[in-house]
Design a protein around this ligand. Structure first.
Ligand code: DC
Length: 232
C-alpha cells in the first residue's frame, strides 16, 4: 500500500489509439488550447530507446534498458518535446533505427512500470495546470483515473493512406501496400502487449477521426472536457 501516486488532484485527459491515428496532433493541440502540459508517451519510449542505443546497449535486454532509464533524466517541455539530460530530441527520435528498436523497449513489462512512474511525476511539476497524454495505454494503465479517456479510432486503410500522403509531401519514397503492411505489423506488435495494448474500455469515449478535420476533432474533445467538468 502507499506505492500508487496520487495524481487525481489535477485534471488529466488521455488519448489512446493505434499508430498513425493522429492522436498526437490532437493531444498536442488540445493541451495548447487548454493551457495544460502535453505528454507524448510514445516519444518517451523513443527517447529511452535513443539513450540505450547511445550507450550501445541491447534493447532486447530489459536490465540494460532499465539501467539506462535509471541513469538518465527524461522530461517533456510544455510543447511535449522530450529532453534527455537536458538535450532536446526531435528528428533523432523518428529514424528507422529507433522505429526498429522501440518495440523491443516497449515489450519489457518491468521497463514500462518504471517509465510509467516517471510519466506520472509530470503532474507534480510546478506550474502544471493539467495534462493531456497520448499513447497506447495512457488511459488504461498510466492514468487510469483520468477525468476523460478517449480512444481515437481510424481504420487501417485510412491511416495508411494518410501516412503515404505524408511521405509524399516530405519527399519520402514509399508505396501504399508497404506502408499498410508496416502499420499492420506495428498494430500486431502493440496488440501483443497484454494490458498495455491499445484498448477501448467502458470509460473510453470513441473519437472517429476518419472524416474529421483537426479543428472538428478538437471541438469535440473540448466539449467532452467541459462536460466532464475538467475545466471551469
Ligand atoms: O506512438 P509512437 O509510434 O511514437 O510509439 C513508439 C513506440 O512506443 C511504439 O512501439 C508503441 C510504444 N508505445 C507504448 O508501448 N505505449 C505507449 N503508451 C506509447 C507508445
Amino acid at each position: 500500500m502507499g506505492t500508487e501516486p496520487q495524481f487525481q488532484s489535477l485534471p488529466v485527459v488521455t488519448l489512446d489509439g493505434h499508430s498513425g491515428s493522429g492522436k498526437s496532433t490532437l493531444a498536442q493541440r488540445l493541451a495548447e488550447r487548454l493551457g495544460w502540459s502535453y505528454l507524448d508517451s510514445g516519444a518517451w519510449y523513443r527517447a529511452l530507446t535513443w539513450a540505450v542505443l547511445e550507450v550501445k546497449g541491447d534493447t532486447r535486454d530489459s536490465q540494460v534498458v532499465l539501467n539506462t532509464l535509471s541513469s538518465i533524466r527524461i522530461e517533456s517541455n510544455p510543447k511535449g518535446q522530450v529532453l534527455v539530460n537536458g538535450q532536446l530530441l526531435g528528428n533523432e527520435l523518428r529514424t528507422a533505427i529507433i522505429d526498429h528498436h522501440v518495440s523491443n523497449v516497449a515489450d519489457h513489462v518491468i521497463v514500462r512500470e518504471a517509465l510509467n512512474q516517471r510519466m506520472r511525476q509530470m503532474l507534480e511539476e510546478p506550474g502544471v495546470q493539467g495534462l493531456v497524454a497520448d499513447g497506447r495505454d495512457a488511459g488504461t494503465v498510466i492514468f487510469p483515473d483520468a477525468g476523460l479517456m478517449v480512444f481515437v479510432e481510424v481504420p487501417l486503410e485510412v491511416r495508411a493512406q494518410r501516412r503515404f500522403e505524408q511521405n509524399q509531401r516530405k519527399g519520402i519514397d514509399s508505396n501504399l501496400s508497404d506502408v499498410t503492411a508496416a502499420l499492420a505489423n506495428r498494430d500486431a506488435r502493440d496488440a501483443a502487449r497484454g494490458d498495455a495494448a491499445p484498448q477501448i474500455t467502458k470509460r473510453s469515449r470513441l473519437l472517429d477521426n476518419s472524416n474529421q478535420t483537426v479543428e472538428e476533432a478538437i471541438g469535440c474533445l473540448l466539449e467532452w472536457t467541459a462536460k466532464n467538468r475538467l475545466v471551469r
